[in-house]
Design a protein around this ligand. Structure first.
Ligand code: SAH
Length: 391
């Protein structure tokens, strides 16, 4: 097995349980240093620390899997996945058959995402190391989950950083249908796991959709950045007076239309509009009782933060202009690089500029199938504020 020795005084984060080691912390590698594989990590005095997956082509050289001397094989993955699945089954299965079964670092399996949509699983192998164990992981998932089929959507920026090609297709069992129907708190959604964003659905907003339902009765709602209409359907189901569903993606809006119909809201009052939300919020004069603002990540790397805060401020400022007195703004950022306190400051700046007094009524964020490791706070990407405008 590869052996990797850290530089002097670079062992503290690993001892505390952080799973990442960057190239700059590494003194030397013994063994086949140009091969992707399992590696043992030692401090500069040759004390054994941890075992993880090594990729010589990535700046993020090692992702630690375990702080024990255990074999990395199918039974290792089966054990971790069984824990993750048992927790979801206990906490969520009664309310939804769409949930994240494995949330990477948050389930102590860095680089692996597994989402369940009814009888199908969708996997994302984000790292070259995890990719090596694809067969073992798929084998473990087949045994544990009883899924009809396991599909893969391994693509995107993280894989580019790892220097691995995208890989999309059926891994085991039956290929998924064009649309998989899931049911979340009694609401039905069609999920396009092949072409949809992420693995097809924003499972991470489930708690916030349910929260909106507690507020939406007889209210007018703007669902801005709606994707396939999740918040809109919860709002209608809660008795909203009218809902505007807004997104820039035509396929997302077409599916939103089908989802509205599926839930009996095909003719419910409101509009579905395709466009750029930045321009729309600036141009319109309409007012709403509730606005949901759930943009895509505006900061993909640390260097984007300044531009991103400008974007978030613009959106929140213009959204606040369109809130009726006493209205509610549910505002989100899913930028991993934007910390929650900075997000709150940006929204505060928007409120000051627009001249409205605003109170936080609730902090919103990850539901429990998106756990964040206490040892890896970087995993906390989704943050949201439910705000009430005084007048
Ligand atoms: N709230 C949704 C998830 C939103 S994801 C849910 O609960 O399912 C972000 C959405 O923003 C995507 O659907 C994407 O198509 C859309 N989007 C990206 N840029 C946009 C823009 N400039 N204007 C409007 N929508 C945009």
């Amino acid at each position: 097995m590869l052996q990797l020795f850290l530089k002097k005084d670079r062992d503290a984060p690993i001892r505390r349980g952080h799973p990442w080691i960057f190239s700059g912390a590494i003194e030397r590698v013994e063994g086949e240093a140009d091969q992707i594989g399992v590696a043992d990590v030692f401090d500069s005095k040759k004390n054994w620390l941890a075992r993880g997956l090594y990729n010589p082509k990535s700046q993020l050289r090692i992702r630690v899997l375990t702080w024990h001397k255990e074999n990395i094989d199918q039974s290792f993955f089966a054990q971790r996945l069984a824990h993750a699945l048992a927790f979801r089954q206990q906490q969520l299965a009664a309310n939804t058959n769409g949930y994240r079964l494995c949330n990477g670092e948050g389930d102590f399996l860095p680089g692996l995402i597994v989402d369940r949509y009814a009888d199908f699983l969708v996997c994302q192998f984000f790292t070259a190391g995890m990719e090596l164990f694809k067969d073992e992981i798929v084998g473990a998932l087949r045994e544990l989950s009883g899924a009809t089929g396991i599909f893969e959507r391994s693509e995107g920026r993280v894989r580019e950083e790892e220097r691995i090609e995208a890989s999309v297709g059926t891994l085991a069992g039956e290929p998924p249908p064009e649309f998989i129907q899931i049911e979340e708190y009694g609401r039905k959604f069609l999920v396009d796991v092949r072409r949809g964003q992420k693995t097809g659905f924003f499972l991470d907003q489930r708690d916030s959709r349910a929260f909106l339902a507690t507020l939406a009765h007889e209210r007018t709602v703007l669902n801005c950045f709606s994707y396939t209409g999740g918040f809109s359907i919860y709002a209608f189901a809660a008795g909203a007076k009218a809902v505007t569903t807004f997104d820039s993606s035509l396929p997302a809006l077409e599916l939103a239309g089908r989802n509205l119909a599926l839930n009996g809201f095909a003719d419910a009052p409101g509009e579905t509009i395709k466009g750029d939300a930045f321009a729309y919020l600036k141009e319109i004069e309409d007012k709403f009782d509730i606005i949901v603002l759930d943009p895509p990540s505006l900061a993909h790397k640390r260097g984007d933060i300044d531009a991103a805060t400008g974007g978030y401020k613009f959106l929140n400022l213009h959204a606040l202009k369109h809130l009726n007195p006493g209205g509610l703004l549910l505002t989100f950022s899913c930028s991993q690089h934007l910390p929650v306190d900075l997000f709150q400051k940006v929204v505060f700046g928007a409120a000051v500029d627009v001249g409205r007094k605003v109170a936080i009524v609730k902090h919103l964020g990850h539901p429990l199938d998106h756990p964040v490791s206490l040892h890896h706070p970087e995993g906390e990407y989704l943050k949201g504020l439910a705000l009430r405008a005084l007048d």
